[in-house]
Design a protein around this ligand. Structure first.
Ligand code: 13P
Ligand code: ZN
Length: 256
């Protein structure tokens, strides 16, 4: 399970970045394609846990998910003491916990599974949902004028060329909802038809993708843009930002 090593690597980055206070953030990765038939058929340590909403596209799929209340800095050190493998049941309505201890999954499981389910139904190869709490990006969601997808995307793209290239679909914004709720989950999947990165107002950021390192990099690049913006402001000037022409030229040059 080489993928577990990459999950642990990213969990360590989240902590080092200061994006993972206490148990902040959570990760789910669909491991089905990487597991042997024996691993996929593992005996559960806890079976038949009902899902709040069925995930019919994910029948039989196995995910690594971080545990609720678990700290990213410890996920980095011991992924299976701070997370679990879960397998979605054949009817898509419940899941089993397979290994190693019956660690209850993240409270954001409804969002994670709804996203995986939606993305699979859309024919995408997404394997990863990464949710974290970057200080600078969350800070931007406290500013009403920036709670606008086009405006915030434009601002962050314009701070550094890489942002336009690495986050080509820009960012979606979900108005504040109580963490862990189906309401948050449903509002989030509505953003995924257009975006791979979604901001949860006054709470956190999530990225979806095929590869966990790419998901981390997308959020890290957005965070870099936010830091450039805030440091210019702190120095007493309004950052000029790249202009529309410069951003469009990047789209042409990189076929975005
Ligand atoms: P969990 O510890 O349940 O994963 O919750 C952390 C979090 O960030 C909720 O959004
Ligand atoms: Zn959170």
């Amino acid at each position: 399970m080489a993928e577990i090593g990459r999950i642990a690597e990213v969990a360590g980055y989240l902590w080092e970045k200061g994006w993972a206070e206490r148990n902040g953030g959570n990760i789910s990765v669909n491991l089905t394609d990487t597991l042997t038939p024996g691993e996929l058929a593992m005996e559960p340590v806890q079976a038949g846990i009902a899902l709040q909403e069925p995930a019919g596209e994910l029948k039989g799929d196995v995910f690594y998910v971080t545990g609720t209340g678990k700290r990213m800095r410890y996920v980095a050190q011991a992924p299976f003491a701070n997370g679990a493998l879960i397998r979605i049941a054949g009817d898509g309505a419940s899941y089993d916990i397979l290994a190693e201890k019956p660690i209850p999954p993240t409270s954001e499981l409804p969002s994670h599974l709804l996203m995986h389910n939606y993305l699979r139904a859309s024919g995408r190869q997404t394997k990863v949902v990464l949710h974290t709490h970057p200080t600078d990006l969350i800070g931007l969601t406290h500013c009403r004028p920036y709670l606008d997808s086009d405006k915030l995307t434009r601002l962050l793209w314009s701070m550094i060329p890489e942002c336009r290239i690495i986050v080509p679909k820009g960012i979606g914004i979900v108005p504040y909802e109580i963490p862990g709720t189906l309401a948050l989950a449903h509002a989030t999947i509505r953003q995924l038809s257009r975006h791979d990165v979604v901001f949860w107002e006054k709470h956190g950021i999530l990225a979806v993708g095929e590869d966990i390192i790419d998901c981390f990099d997308a959020i890290d690049t957005l965070s870099k843009s936010a830091q450039i913006f805030f440091s210019a402001r702190a120095a007493g000037y309004e950052p000029e930002g790249m202009n529309d022409r410069q951003l469009d030229d990047l789209a042409d040059a990189f076929q975005l």
